[in-house]
Design a binder for this molecule. Structure first.
Ligand code: HEM
Length: 283
């Protein structure tokens, strides 16, 4: 999505026409699924069922087919773009700062020693702390949603770290930028450096200024609910790549695509790869 789409969502440009056609097609596909589920009389334990069964607290009315299709579309794309962008940035940083790549490969070997090379499930992924910190640090430096917005429902008093008191008046839109907050020098040491160890026990810089020190997933009531799942996805991709490929970055380290709403990598990130099978003893 481009930035212009936020300000003028219905501007008659080719991108919006393609979006509307795709939205209509998705609407039809989800509609078929929703109707089939309702007609079957089955009740499954999944998100679709939650949305079908939901009743609005205000008047008790059920969700409409259109609303369910809209929510499913949002979840599908919101979650997919942010996770794939973070997967790419993680790779860019690992291949640029190869000492962390070596540490992540070493961790895979240790894990393969404990669990064998065929098993990558939830519990095994939970042991990948080094990889977790590498992803988290890429996401600190490159949050795909660099700004979140809130509507102030009441006058809000805020005290700055210098002790100055400010009032955010009721009715204002307030924005917080992860791109700025995640690099504050009084929270993060050498904030522009890629240093996954800053999250290691003993340093825990992401807690240095309280709960909102690290806001790549937003914060407060509308904080991302998919963060744990995102880490699982990204770890799965990178565990597979680290175990099966030797990788080298052949394009320059990427710049940001600021023109896009969900900010990713500008242009192509080119990587040279050689297939390999990581073995526990040796390489
Ligand atoms: C690296 C990946 C991801 C990033 C960086 C990310 C980031 C964010 C951010 C910044 C917000 C807004 C929070 C706010 O306004 O304070 C958000 C909301 C949300 N995210 Fe994610 N997200 C990611 C992955 C996912 C995944 C995988 C899912 C679902 C499986 C997901 C589901 C949601 C939902 C449902 C919300 C809305 C929460 C609400 O409004 O109450 N996200 N995400």
């Amino acid at each position: 999505m481009q930035q212009v789409s936020v300000i003028f969502p219905y501007l008659p440009i080719p991108a919006h026409r393609r979006r509307d056609r795709a939205r209509q097609r998705l609407r039809e596909m989800f509609g078929t699924i929703i109707r089939a589920r309702k007609a079957s009389g089955r009740s499954e334990e999944d998100m679709l069922q939650c949305l079908i069964d939901y009743r609005y607290k205000k008047d008790g009315r059920p969700t409409t087919e259109d609303e369910i299709a809209g929510l499913l579309t949002t979840m599908l794309f919101g979650a997919q773009e942010t996770s794939s962008i973070t997967t790419t940035w993680t790779g860019a940083y690992l291949l640029q700062f190869r000492r962390y790549l070596a540490a992540a490969v070493e961790e895979q070997k240790e894990i393969m020693k404990r669990h064998g090379d065929g098993r990558i499930d939830h519990d095994v992924l939970a042991e990948m702390d080094v990889l977790y910190r590498c992803i988290k640090e890429a996401l600190r430096l490159q949050p795909p949603t660099p700004i979140v917005f809130r509507w102030s429902h009441a006058d809000l008093a805020v005290t700055t770290k210098e002790g100055e008191e400010l009032i955010v008046p009721k009715g204002q839109i307030v924005s917080a930028s992860a791109a700025v907050a995640n690099r504050l020098p009084h929270v993060y040491k050498d904030p522009d450096a890629y240093d996954p160890d800053r999250f290691a026990p003993g340093r825990s810089e992401d807690k240095a200024a309280g709960a909102l020190s690290y806001i790549s997933f937003g914060g407060g009531k509308h904080r991302c609910i998919g963060d744990a799942f995102a880490y699982l996805e990204i770890k799965t991709v990178w565990a597979h790549l680290l175990r099966n490929f030797e990788l080298e970055l052949v394009s320059p380290f990427p710049e940001n695509e600021w023109n896009s709403m969900v900010v990713g990598v500008k242009g192509k990130l080119m990587v040279k790869y050689t297939r390999r099978k990581l073995v526990v003893d040796g390489n």
